[in-house]
Structure formats: structure tokens, C-alpha cells
Write a protein that binds this ligand. Structure first.
Ligand SMILES: NC(=O)c1ccc[n+]([C@@H]2O[C@H](COP(=O)([O-])OP(=O)(O)OC[C@H]3O[C@@H](n4cnc5c(N)ncnc54)[C@H](OP(=O)(O)O)[C@@H]3O)[C@@H](O)[C@H]2O)c1
Length: 303
């Protein structure tokens, strides 16, 4: 039986990974995250608190659990916060990965890690896996450094780069789709940029791609993104349509109007042919993903 260690299990992606793996009988899964307790019932899921920035804790947990594979869904993900909290960002996004590498060396566990389209400058997306990274903000720099740590580790690894990740979860941070839906539901006007382009990724698809990359024994870099390239503004309009909300509350603006602390890759997104062919993935379109999100939110509000 393969042993799987999930890091960052309380986050959007981590919860999804945990749920998908909980339905499979051929894995022994240990969920970990920085918080004291897991969002799901401890009776059904094995959980250990683990701060990935603590080298000795990571080492001792990895050597006692002896995972075959480590799924790393933990990260500092608030791009503007990262710009002004560089030391903390480096610890969570880079030192943590170095700690996992260090811990995995003895058992030679495979590390399956998540990176971002922010490793690119956004001048000529969508990008394939051969494109040369050139991060323009600190978050992207830290994600690229985490990739480089893995690539030079001589351990088996997979890096899945993703963009505009969305989905539901318990107590998660508000992602872009949730922000749009929650704002429109409460009748709030929102300003949305029409000049940042990407292919939004449904979190369930990314979790599935991670699992498939392990099961199919793949290695290297894969680009993961939804089946549609569009602007944030068009994504928000689509959300209004699917959720039956008022689209006139969505005001079209430019990125330069926002004066954000960190620069954004503008023309971004991914070519996902490699993941489709080598992982057998079929990525959801925005309409399909938003319909699933609507269903999930109805379910969460009922319980
Ligand atoms: N969201 C996007 O649009 C996007 C786009 C491209 C790539 N990504 C990447 O996708 C991956 C998953 O993102 P996500 O949206 O699922 O993020 P998320 O919801 O913020 O989840 C990350 C989890 O990691 C935890 N964590 C933070 N520091 C930790 C530490 N030192 N030790 C252990 N756990 C720690 C967080 O806990 P706290 O909440 O308590 O900090 C959180 O539960 C990340 O690698 C991210 O960089 C995301």
C-alpha cells in the first residue's frame, strides 16, 4: 500500500486532494497542515499538525511516516502580501520545499509540488512547459526558487504549474470566483480587470492531475489550466450568468487602476497539451467548473 503525505491539507487544493484520496482504498494517507486541527472529521482522516518551515519537525514526521509520495499543496498564496513580506514568503514557499527535500532524501519519496503562472512575465502567454520563466513579482520569484530546489535535488519530482485556481472548501481563503459570487450575492458592486488573461483552473482538476502524475509514474513539469482562455472580467460575467446574479454589478477596469503592490503577468495562462496527453486529463471549461462550484456551495450551505 502506498503511503501519501499531504502538506497544506487545510487549503483549497489540499482539501480537494484529501477528499479524492479518501475514496481510494489502496493508499494510506496522512494529512498535515499548519493548523492544530483538520477541517474534516478526525475520526475519518488521519491528521498531524506540521509547520513545513520547521526543518526538524518535517524531518521527523517524514522519517516516521515513510511516505512514498509527498503532495505539497502548502504555500503563501496572497501575491500582494508576499511582495511586502519577503522573508516569511521565502520561508513558506522555498525553505519549506527544501525541508521536504531534506526529509525525503532518506526514503527517496517522490515530491509532487505546485507552482504558478507567476513564474512568467505575462508578455506572451499562454505558455507551454518549454517557455522560459521570468518572474516579475516576489511571489513568482519564490515559486521559481521552489521549482529550482526540486529540479536540482536529484529526487523524483513532478511540478504542476497552475493559474487562477478556484473552488470551494471549508474555511478557505476567498479565491477569485468565490469573491465574485459572494460579492454579487450581497448586491455589492465589484471592479474587475479586463486585461489579465488566463485559463482558470478548477481545484478538483488540479488535485486529480497530481494524483494521476503519481499513479502514471510521470516526472518533470506539467502545465495545468482550464479548457478556456479568458479575462478576469469575462470570467466574472460567466459566474454571474451561471449563478443567476446581476452582471451590471461588475464594472470593467484596467489592472493599472488597482495600484496593486505586486505586478501581475497580464497575458498568461497555459497550453495544457502535455498534461492532457501524458496524464490523460480533460480540463473543465469555465462554465463546467462554475456549475460544479454552484452545486458544491449549495451542498455546503445545506450542511
Ligand atoms: N490560488 C491561485 O490562484 C493559485 C494560482 C497558481 C498557483 N497556486 C498554487 O496552488 C497551490 C495551492 O494553492 P491554494 O489556493 O490551495 O492555497 P491555500 O488555500 O492558501 O492553501 C495553502 C495552505 O497551506 C497552508 N500553509 C501555509 N504555510 C504553511 C506552513 N508553513 N506549513 C504548512 N502549511 C502551511 C495554509 O495555511 P494558512 O491558510 O493558515 O496560511 C493553507 O491551508 C499553492 O502552491 C499555490 O501557490 C495558486
Amino acid at each position: 500500500m502506498n503511503r501519501i503525505l499531504i502538506c497544506g491539507a487545510n487549503g483549497l487544493l489540499g482539501q480537494r486532494l484529501s477528499l479524492l484520496l479518501s475514496t481510494q482504498t489502496d493508499y494510506e494517507v496522512l494529512n498535515t497542515s499548519i493548523e492544530r486541527s483538520f477541517v474534516f472529521d478526525n475520526m475519518l482522516f488521519d491528521y498531524n499538525q506540521l509547520d513545513l518551515t520547521n526543518r526538524s519537525d518535517v524531518k521527523s514526521l517524514v522519517s516516521s511516516f515513510q511516505p512514498d509520495v509527498i503532495f505539497n499543496a502548502a504555500a503563501a498564496t496572497n501575491v500582494d502580501w508576499c511582495e511586502s513580506h519577503r522573508e516569511e514568503t521565502w520561508k513558506i514557499n522555498v525553505t519549506a520545499v527544501e525541508n521536504l527535500i531534506d526529509g525525503a532524501r532518506k526514503t527517496r519519496a517522490k515530491i509532487i509540488h505546485i507552482s504558478s503562472d507567476y513564474v512568467f512575465d505575462g508578455k506572451n502567454g499562454p505558455y507551454d512547459e518549454e517557455a522560459k520563466p521570468y518572474p516579475i513579482g516576489y511571489y513568482g520569484k519564490s515559486k521559481l526558487a521552489s521549482e529550482n530546489a526540486l529540479r536540482s535535488s536529484e529526487l523524483p519530482y513532478v511540478i504542476l504549474r497552475t493559474n487562477v485556481l478556484y473552488g470551494s472548501g471549508i474555511g478557505i481563503k476567498e479565491n477569485f470566483a468565490l469573491w465574485v459570487v459572494n460579492s454579487l450575492k450581497s448586491g455589492k458592486q465589484i471592479n474587475v480587470v479586463d486585461d489579465q488573461i488566463g485559463n482558470p483552473t478548477y481545484a478538483g482538476d488540479l488535485a486529480l492531475a497530481m494524483i494521476k502524475s503519481f499513479e502514471l509514474k510521470r516526472s518533470g513539469i506539467f502545465h495545468v489550466g482550464g479548457g478556456e482562455q479568458l479575462s478576469r472580467y469575462d470570467f466574472a460575467l460567466k459566474a454571474a450568468e451561471i449563478f443567476g446574479l446581476d452582471p451590471s454589478l461588475i464594472k470593467r477596469i484596467k489592472t493599472s487602476d488597482l495600484k496593486q503592490a505586486s505586478p501581475r503577468p497580464m497575458l498568461s495562462g497555459f497550453i495544457t497539451l502535455k498534461a492532457e496527453t501524458q496524464l490523460g486529463m480533460h480540463f473543465l471549461t469555465v462554465s463546467e467548473g462554475l456549475k460544479l462550484l454552484k452545486h458544491e456551495l449549495q451542498h455546503i450551505s445545506k450542511n
